[in-house]
Ligand binder design. Structure first.
Ligand code: HEM
Length: 439
């Protein structure tokens, strides 16, 4: 291969490469290099040559299994935090088999059963904020996301065990941007201990569900045979559950972003309220009613595009491939830049604007390219790595937005609404203070 076709970029310091810059702020790490080098650039991160891909073409290649594999794509300590051999790290037949089993937790009937749980949980948090006068929402939104996952996936009652899990979970996520130093007292060592406690609690639930299945996500996953008839092993189900928590947690960032966007755009809020009044009125939510609201659908899409969530997904070049005129050698790490992709001006006009109508019929900016919209991967969940929780997360975001818009007025006191980009997902600097009053 000709050296000039390698992606441009900087390998950084000897040994450490650009690891520290990357860990400090993954979002600006990507933005700054994209501005300098274009949509495909190289780096050296966590001791590996790495190609970073921005944009729709990058998303297409990243999801071509002949070019990019998932096994070996994450630094071992990150893979471990994801539960070891869980879906994002599997390839080929092993991946398909596991995905068929896991999707047992996200079928149509399952989602319809989860919806009232989402509705009552969201309604309780909204009522609590409204009763409190002014509230600082970021921490509560994290608890809300985790509680919805816990109630639906393991039938939690939201009691003491749940609170312990949340405490441990928050210790764990802090270590995602820390160096992997397994010495007592480090963020990394604390995270490993917290993860062990989370798995121990899940093992108890697993034994109960194996003895007496319920309608929760864990029971559904255990009951679902893959096409070859195989059922998921208990320990593998625990790893997937653990990943559900990590993945579901990030919806806090989408709910926060949606709340701010609606509070700042009274005209959009009025249109949304009119749609909700016409489709639903004051009745309980149904999956059908939520699907029948096109503006709501576009608001949810725009929340997924615009809320900063994760900067990158991880893979490894299975074979040499060329993308945007640059050749990535086999064996290199490959990162797809999910957030930057949603802000690509080649696909999205004025990408910094919260503008749900960009997805409406006629404009449909996301359809300019077959893989132009990929906050949760591309394709179909059962055929590749597309997010297993795609519909689940849409349902939760829609539930949140409908109850908030229909039942409350939201005021944002003067505060710092800039993002703390060093966090994953980034959080509003001021913690997101809001005053909710019942309509
Ligand atoms: C809006 C919130 C969410 C976002 C932005 C998101 C994003 C993603 C992304 C970027 C991927 C990787 C896609 C790829 O590798 O091509 C993924 C995969 C996955 N997500 Fe989500 N996710 C969200 C919510 C959820 C929820 C709520 C769950 C489960 C309860 C979930 C479960 C999964 C699983 C199991 C995978 C692995 C799929 C596979 O590798 O086959 N996600 N998600």
């Amino acid at each position: 291969m000709n050296d000039t076709t390698l992606p441009p970029g900087d390998r950084g310091l000897p040994l450490l490469g650009e690891t520290l810059d990357f860990l400090k702020d993954q979002f600006h790490f990507v933005d700054a290099r994209q501005a300098r080098y274009g949509k495909v650039f190289r780096s050296n991160i966590l001791f590996k040559d790495t190609a970073l891909l921005v944009g729709a073409e990058g998303a297409r290649v990243f999801n071509d299994e002949s070019k990019v594999q998932r096994q070996g794509g994450m630094a071992p300590h990150i893979a471990d935090f994801f539960g070891g051999t869980s879906l994002p790290l599997l390839d080929g037949a092993a991946h398909r088999q596991r995905k068929q089993q896991v999707m047992g937790a996200f079928g149509r009937e399952a989602l319809a059963q989860y919806l009232p749980v989402m509705e009552s949980t969201v309604a309780r948090y909204l009522a609590r904020w409204s009763a409190a006068g002014e509230s600082t929402l970021t921490g509560d939104l994290k608890d809300l996301a985790l509680e919805v996952i816990a109630r639906t996936m393991v039938g939690s009652d939201g009691g003491a065990e749940f609170a312990e899990n949340v405490r441990d979970f928050k210790v764990m996520v802090k270590a995602f941007t820390a160096l992997p130093i397994p010495v007592p007292g480090t963020a990394f060592a604390k995270a490993k201990a917290a993860q062990g406690r989370i798995f121990d609690r899940y093992r108890k639930v697993l034994a109960e569900r194996q003895a007496r299945p319920t309608g929760d996500g864990l029971s559904r996953m255990l009951a679902k045979p893959a096409d070859d008839g195989a059922r998921i092993a208990g320990e593998d189900a625990l790893k997937e559950l653990h990943h559900f928590n990590l993945a579901g947690y990030i919806t806090f960032a989408h709910m926060a972003h949606g709340l701010v966007a609606l509070a700042q755009d009274p005209a959009l809020l009025a249109r949304l309220r009119a749609e909700i009044d016409a489709q639903l009125g004051s009745k309980p939510l149904t999956v059908e009613a939520l699907h029948a609201m096109p503006l709501l659908e576009n608001v949810a899409k725009e929340m997924k595009r615009r809320a900063p969530f994760v900067a990158v997904s991880f893979g490894k070049a299975k074979s040499e491939f060329t993308v945007e005129g640059k050749t990535v050698p086999a064996g290199w790490m490959v990162m797809l830049c999910n957030y930057a992709g949603g802000n690509d001006p080649a696909i999205y006009a004025a990408p910094e604007r919260f503008d749900p109508d960009r997805f409406a019929e006629g404009r449909a900016e996301d359809l300019k390219h077959p893989t132009g919209f990929f906050p949760q991967g591309v394709g179909e969940p059962l055929k590749g790595h597309k997010c297993a929780g795609f519909d689940f997360s849409t349902l939760l975001m829609k539930t949140f937005i409908v109850l908030l818009a229909r039942d409350y007025e939201t005021k944002l006191p003067a505060q710092d609404l800039s993002y703390q980009w060093e966090m994953i997902p980034p959080e509003y600097a001021g913690g997101l203070r809001a005053v909710l009053t019942k309509r």
